[in-house]
Design a protein around this ligand. Structure first.
Ligand SMILES: Nc1ncnc2c1ncn2[C@@H]1O[C@H](COP(=O)(O)OP(=O)(O)O)[C@@H](O)[C@H]1O
Ligand SMILES: [Mg+2]
Length: 350
């Protein structure tokens, strides 16, 4: 037990989902370009997902973001095949979930995945401890081991002392901690979180984001995190994919999304972002062609921190260094400030 899994990647390939009485009849039309509106108007079928291709990093947090109805839940439910696709592949590790038979699928769901839901979905007549052991109970793990694991994760999410409480005795934030403890007790390498924090008050929500980030440094699971909130996406995501009307309109690192929003839809999300906390100096520096200037700052330093370091040091110039300390670019305080307040032209930063 308690073997720590890391690095199981998820690769979604050419995934389509059509809802309706005869999805297979329209897949060729959709592949040939029929739009969601056309499919709906002419054939009374709903295009849930269209040609989704996402490589989710093993051991990282993949965020899927989009407005309500964009297909986020439909997508995440394909990963443990709560929904069968109309076409496409869902490769987890080296297995295609779509091709699994019922027995394989059951084993896969029990041992490789855990879900955290927006509405917590706790069993009301079970205590915190009994909720947390639930997955291991189903797996037939000996009771002593169930409890040992559950107590460990209950403590780890900050609920020590509440083991014998019932869900209705806990606040929303605490209930979601139980949801997280239950998922972690399963010890599955993949954690699926569908708007898990969306129902929480803003401050509690930020707390939970911190709990997850803190845990993730230790557990290194492959986390798929769904949200409609850009701040949450930027805080949590190693990679972010943005859905609209069942299609991926952009995917990449948070920096790529903030610096180069692919279209007006994404720009409208990105406009309000605190750029100084997202963009790193590497993205705005002048690649080294002259002598390194001023003090060194590491390449992943965000603009806000770099600006403070430079002004505190009283120097208008700094140079950017890579992880081995090698200078890779020069940085002018004006460059930093400009990038914090306006979109930068990224052309010569790559
Ligand atoms: N079982 C279903 N039958 C018909 N349409 C569905 C079904 N499930 C989802 N949809 C439709 O698919 C689209 C995406 O839904 P969903 O994945 O729930 O979006 P999100 O989670 O981003 O809010 C929506 O247009 C929704 O109405
Ligand atoms: Mg949803």
């Amino acid at each position: 037990m308690a073997e720590q899994h890391t690095g199981i990647g998820i690769s979604i390939k050419n995934l389509y989902k059509i809802f309706g009485s005869d999805p297979a009849a329209y897949i060729d039309d959709v592949k040939a370009g029929m739009t969601k509106a056309e499919l709906n108007d002419k054939h009374n079928h709903v295009l849930g997902l269209k040609d989704i291709n996402i490589d989710m990093p093993g051991g990282g947090i993949q965020v899927v973001m989009g407005l309500s109805g964009s297909g986020k839940s439909t997508l995440i439910r394909h990963i443990n095949r709560l929904i069968d696709p109309t076409a496409g592949e869902v490769i987890v590790g080296d297995e295609d979930v779509v091709k699994m038979n019922q027995l394989e699928l059951r084993e896969f769901r029990r041992h490789r995945t855990a879900m955290v839901f927006q509405k917590f979905a706790l069993l009301p007549h079970r205590t915190v401890l009994e909720n947390s052991v639930y997955g291991l109970e189903i797996q037939g793990v000996p009771r002593e081991e169930q409890e040992k694991q559950a107590r460990r994760w209950i403590t780890r999410v900050g609920l020590e002392g509440f083991e014998d409480n019932y869900p209705n005795q806990l606040s929303g934030g605490m209930q979601q901690r139980v949801g997280l403890a239950r998922a972690l007790t399963n010890d599955a390498p993949i954690l699926l979180m569908d708007e898990a924090f969306s129902a929480l008050d803003p401050l509690i929500r930020m707390d939970m984001q911190s709990v997850l980030l803190d845990l993730q440094r230790e557990i290194r699971k492959t986390v798929v995190f769904i949200t409609h909130d850009l701040d949450e996406a930027l805080r949590l995501g190693d990679r972010i994919a943005i859905l609209r009307d069942g299609e991926v309109v952009q995917q990449g690192s948070k920096q790529e999304i903030v610096l180069r929003p692919a279209d007006e839809y994404i720009s409208s999300f990105v406009r309000e972002v605190n750029r100084g906390r997202v963009i790193s100096v590497e993205m705005v520096m002048t690649p080294l062609s002259a002598e390194p200037q001023g003090m060194p700052v590491s390449r992943e330093t965000v603009l806000e921190v770099a600006a403070k370091t430079m002004t505190d040091g009283g120097e208008p110039m700094a140079h950017v260094v890579d992880s081995s300390g090698k200078p890779i670019g020069n940085l002018d305080i004006n460059q930093v400030i400009a990038a914090m307040v306006t979109p930068v032209d990224h052309a010569d930063a790559a």
